[in-house]
Design a protein around this ligand. Sequence first.
Ligand SMILES: Nc1ncnc2c1ncn2[C@@H]1O[C@H](COP(=O)(O)OP(=O)(O)O)[C@@H](O)[C@H]1O
Ligand SMILES: [Mg+2]
Length: 340
Amino acid sequence: MIEIKDLQVKYDDFTAIDNVNFEVKEGEFFTLLGPSGCGKTTTLRSIAGFIKPSKGSIELNGKNIIPTPVEKRGLGMIFQSYALFPTMTVYDNIAYGLKIEKHPKNKIHDLVYELAQLVELNNEQLQKNVSDLSGGQQQRVAIARALAKKPSTVLFDEPLSNLDAKLRKQLRAELKRIQRENGMTAIYVTHDQDEALEISDHIAVFNNGKIEQIGTPREIYDRSATEFVCNFIGEANFLGKPLVSYLNDHSPARRFDLDAQHYIREEKIKLWAPEGSDAVPVKVHVLDEVFYGTFTTYSCQFSDTTLKIMVKEDGTAAVESGKELTVYIDPKDILEYKGA
Ligand SMILES: Nc1ncnc2c1ncn2[C@@H]1O[C@H](COP(=O)(O)OP(=O)(O)O)[C@@H](O)[C@H]1O
Ligand SMILES: [Mg+2]
């Protein structure tokens, strides 16, 4: 288990992260998520040992590792840039750390082949120079190299951001598989909320050097604790006061504070009342529709509120731009944020 307690890091006078607390259980995939500059890398590099925090502790299985040098922490690391040796073969890159530790040759050989298989690099690719591989293949080499010493915990800093969208999706599923199959603990940094939702057991959402919420992907998405988290994760409609008042007047189920901020996610608004729900019918004007293949979004107007509604199901032919439409909003799906 890794426990981060009250961590603070300063770069001269600038406090990059403050009051950062979280724990990562063994075998867990834990993600640090947030926009660029919010302190994710600073936190990860502190765990790795490259940065000395100005406050707080980092405990690995109950032992504070802040005085422990990088190479003695026994953590695997994979970064956005691959940091491979370009003129060496793939085989030698993966074997590098093992050779330095003077493992027997046949043992290194077996391990390299095992790792290559794990990250799906074939024998032919193993003999190539790293510079002759594609970006995706190079990142596979980096992953294999980081796993060579069988670290129980691996730190990832945006390892897939340099890859194109399709490859990124494929490799992220593979990373998750490798992590699970090997029972590794992963601490993973990304600014991509879809990626975080897809691969994480728990997510810590960072904003401005602080953690706003820690939770499972479902908790973060369905019960975003702050307005920042609500807007950073997924798409949410902001509800103007006239709509919130309307809901108050038409729903006995929940009363909203008109001084608070209210949101609802695009896919929570329905075109029909789900059976047995307290959904409130709301008459809106359809402004336009955008077809995305697997789903369609409709922009609709109610007073000063523009609602985007995401519809997956077919049979929505009744929705026409310029026409009136009744949509259904369940008060329980509304996220309410009080205070500034
Ligand atoms: N070596 C450094 N010296 C001064 N400021 C830094 C340094 N590294 C990062 N920062 C600042 O600390 C903040 C957090 O950076 P970082 O941890 O890299 O964020 P992220 O990885 O979330 O994009 C940013 O404002 C960044 O400009
Ligand atoms: Mg970073």
